[in-house]
Design a binder for this molecule. Structure first.
Ligand code: GLU
Length: 431
């Protein structure tokens, strides 16, 4: 992997830029450049044919100065310790940028869930949470769904953990089904958060979402729901791609019908009245808003030089490389960075945990109103930070807001020794 495609190194670069620009003590970077704790576990699982398969799992805990570690669990064949460490780091800043009382964590198991039976998946899920039980808990570290994990898996893990403890601990995990302490609105939350910040960005740039053209890369939980929500705001969804193909219609498409087509045929490709489009074509096509909602490292420098969108809203984690970032900035593209654009999911996870702690549950409307308030405030804080200097782009601004929050928490807790007062009182210097 080329160095600029290593998500862990990319995340470190962003932190370094933010710490330097904020004029902070280098100790802040030394603490934040790595996870505070990492656990590797071995999970033996009895397969349906009676054999034993041994899986490797991880939990990385990046920083817990602002509150318990928080972040999902990924089940994917390519899971590595480095990836989990980077994702844990991103979670600290995702929570920080919108001001949630959490630090960041992430877990993963190297496995292919598509090849596991339901029984095998349940045994693996229970085995994983038993193996990391010592380091997780409602006040310690709170996992959630991530790539290829879902509410059912969260329910098994919550159940296993509760059985170990001898009482129900719903708050140990979020993204659960509604009947066992899940929150209304959690499923849509990542996409809803993204569509809220897109609306704020359009307002900032002075254009209306009515009739604005949108291209979405990825049609999973985030991409398909972002398309639906932006369509409801009056946008024209002109192109979408998933891992099997794409659909393009300059007159716009109905995302609800597109989802039905995907359920029926397994792909968005071939949706009536559309032309086929590739992922590379989609990223560089004429449109007002581009939403990368798929994988890491999609917008490289050469792709970025051809991006025509006015707004790029990163619903995925890490879709733009650092080189791509620089080119987008030079071209005057308004970027809504991943740690902000994808913070809606963990925000409603936080609401779920709060509701579990209270034992009292909110309506979907209450959840959505609270999400809206947090996302708008986060967006405005990042924009204000950006305006402090012409060398501050939206990604750096987002990291500066987040790093400052985490560093302040570390400082008042005494983790920075006699640099404390310097960091806690620090103001951002205008350029
Ligand atoms: N896995 C999601 C993310 O990367 C959600 C994490 C959570 O809800 O804790 O943001």
């Amino acid at each position: 992997m080329a160095s600029n495609l290593n998500p862990f190194e990319n995340a470190q670069q962003e932190i370094k830029r933010a710490v330097t620009r904020l004029g902070m003590h280098p100790a802040v970077y030394e603490i934040l450049k790595q996870p505070m704790k990492v656990l590797t576990v071995v999970i033996p699982v009895q397969m349906d044919d009676g054999s034993i398969k041994v899986f490797t799992g991880y939990r990385a805990q990046h920083n817990n100065a602002p509150g318990p570690y928080k972040g999902g669990i990924r089940f994917h064949p390519d899971v590595t310790l480095d990836e989990v460490k980077a994702l844990a780091m991103w979670m600290t800043f995702k929570c920080g940028v919108v001001g949630l009382p959490y630090g960041g964590g992430k877990g993963g198991v190297a496995c292919n869930p598509k090849e596991l039976s339901r029984g095998e998946l349940e045994r693996l899920s229970r085995g994983y949470i038993r193996a990391v039980a010592e380091v997780v808990g409602a006040e310690k570290d709170i996992p959630a769904p991530d790539v290829y994990t879902n509410p059912q898996i969260m329910a098994w893990m919550m159940d296993e953990f509760s059985q170990l403890k001898g009482y129900n601990e719903f708050g140990v995990i979020t993204g659960k089904p509604l009947v066992v302490g899940g929150s209304a609105g959690r499923n849509e939350a990542t996409a809803r958060g993204c569509s809220i910040v897109v609306r704020e960005a359009a307002k900032t740039l002075g254009f209306s979402l009515k009739g604005a053209t949108v291209a979405v890369q990825g049609f999973g939980n985030a991409g398909s729901i972002v398309a639906r929500l932006l369509h409801a705001e009056g946008c024209r969804i002109v192109a979408v791609v998933d891992s099997t193909g794409g659909a393009y219609n300059p007159a716009g498409m109905d995302p609800g019908r597109l989802s039905e087509h995907k359920v029926k045929t397994g792909s968005v490709k071939g949706y009536p009245g559309t032309k086929s489009v590739s992922s590379a074509e989609l990223l560089t096509m004429e449109c007002d808003i581009l939403v990368p909602a798929a994988l890491e490292n999609q917008i490289t420098a050469s792709v970025a030089s051809q991006v025509k969108a006015k707004i790029v809203a990163e619903a995925a984690n890490g879709p733009t490389t650092p080189d791509g970032d620089r080119v987008l900035t030079q071209q005057g593209v308004f970027l809504i960075p991943d740690i902000l654009a994808s913070a809606g999911g963990v925000t409603v996870s936080y609401f779920e945990w709060v509701q579990n702690n209270m034992g009292y549950y909110w309506t979907e409307q209450e959840v959505n109103e609270r999400l809206e308030a947090i996302m708008v405030k986060g967006f405005q804080e990042v924009l204000t930070m950006k305006k402090l200097g012409k060398d501050i782009d939206m990604r750096l601004a987002a990291y500066m807001v987040a790093v400052k929050r985490v560093a302040d928490a570390m400082a008042v807790r005494g983790w920075l020794g006699n640099t404390t007062s310097q960091v806690a009182k620090m103001e951002v210097k205008p350029a």
